[in-house]
Design a protein around this ligand. Structure first.
Ligand code: PHE
Length: 344
């Protein structure tokens, strides 16, 4: 039995020496030292030994086990070291490689133009507000003097969600929301940029989704001349000092009187060309004095307060300012188009 044990130790040690991976080593551990392993197997024969031989062989068996375990430990450490080195080699990072260029994004042209317009009005003492795109029929129409069945509702073809809920067709509901929030006793000076939706068929000048900026100024003694002065200042700041504005009578149910504002055509300086359809003027926005009914519904006393409101389309303004010929460019996200305006 002693020989058997010696032989087993020799064989084990040489096999351990020859292993190439931790996995193989673990396998050997099972083969030699496991519950059904070779050593256990040999020791099963202990029962046939004499009383004197038993402790001797027992001790020897322990030595063999210790020797094999020790050899495995040493081998395992070596193998782990080798594997670690291999892995480190595989994962080496060459820090001398030049970095990959990172594409730096920029604001969307519509965002830039909205921010530019916001800055102009913030400079005039306005605050920037927001309102929901999913709006109630009440705020989108009724609070703006457009009761159910009013023919002027047809001016803005609407995406309805339910009878009472819709995608807002303009940013004007934020007029009513703001006045209501201020509870009828504070002056209002706000603009509100945002997306609006209409049931239009998309073409070069129409989109079912576009942007608007609403403006509202309510205080004591606000007059039409204040509206004109404000719009004139705005137009010159955004399009250039040399541009003229003109106001034409128009109709909106929520303003009285109502106007549309044109600016003189930049392309032909008012001479008439294809951009301005030979008129020398380009329509830019709708505006007017806030209708007394709108003030009343929002809790402002029209005998004390007056105000003006305006609504413009940043899409259209950007198109005019940068000579963009198709509104769909704004929503296609073609990087070649967008990149041109990163420093705008
Ligand atoms: N809401 C109007 C539109 O979308 C524009 C407008 C706003 C007109 C405010 C007058 C006053 O056409």
């Amino acid at each position: 039995m002693k020989e058997q044990l010696d032989l087993l130790q020799q064989k084990a040690l040489s096999e351990i020496e020859d292993t190439h991976s931790v996995k193989e080593l673990q396998q050997l551990n099972v083969t030699y030292l496991g519950r059904k392993g070779s050593l256990t197997n040999v020791l099963r024969g202990m029962g046939q030994l004499s009383k004197e031989e038993r402790p001797v062989i027992g001790q020897l068996a322990n030595q063999v086990r210790a020797a094999i375990e020790k050899a495995m430990e040493v081998k395992q450490a070596t193998l782990e070291q080798i594997e670690l080195e291999k892995q480190l080699e595989k994962e080496t990072i060459d820090i001398t490689l030049p970095g990959r260029p990172v594409n730096i994004g920029g604001a969307h042209i519509l965002t830039s133009i909205i921010e530019e317009i916001e800055d102009i009005f913030i400079g005039l003492g306005y605050e920037v507000r927001e309102g929901p795109e999913v709006e109630t029929d009440y705020f989108n129409f009724e609070a703006l003097n457009l009761p159910k069945g009013h023919p002027a509702r047809d001016m803005q073809d609407t995406f309805y969600i339910t009878n009472e809920l819709l995608m807002r067709t303009h940013t004007s509901p934020v007029q009513a929301r703001t006045m209501q929030a201020l509870e009828g006793n504070r002056p209002v000076r706000m603009i509100c940029p945002g997306k609006v939706y209409r049931r239009d068929n998309d073409d070069a000048t129409h989109s079912h989704q576009f942007t608007q900026i609403e403006g509202l100024y309510v205080d004591k003694n606000v007059r039409m001349s204040d509206l004109k002065g404000t719009l004139n200042t705005f137009a010159k700041k955004i399009f250039g000092e040399e541009r003229e504005i003109r106001l034409r009578p128009s109709f909106f149910p929520f303003t009285e009187p109502s106007v549309e504002m044109d600016i003189s055509c930049k392309v032909c300086s008012g001479q008439g060309c294809s951009v301005c359809k030979k008129t020398g003027w380009i329509e830019i926005l709708g505006a007017g004095m806030v209708h007394p009914k709108v003030l009343t519904m929002a809790g402002y006393d029209p005998d004390v307060y007056t105000g003006f409101a305006f609504g413009m389309g940043p899409d259209r303004i950007a198109m005019l300012k940068y000579g963009i010929d198709d509104i769909r460019h704004f929503y296609k996200n073609d990087i070649r188009f967008l990149k041109q305006f990163h420093n705008a």
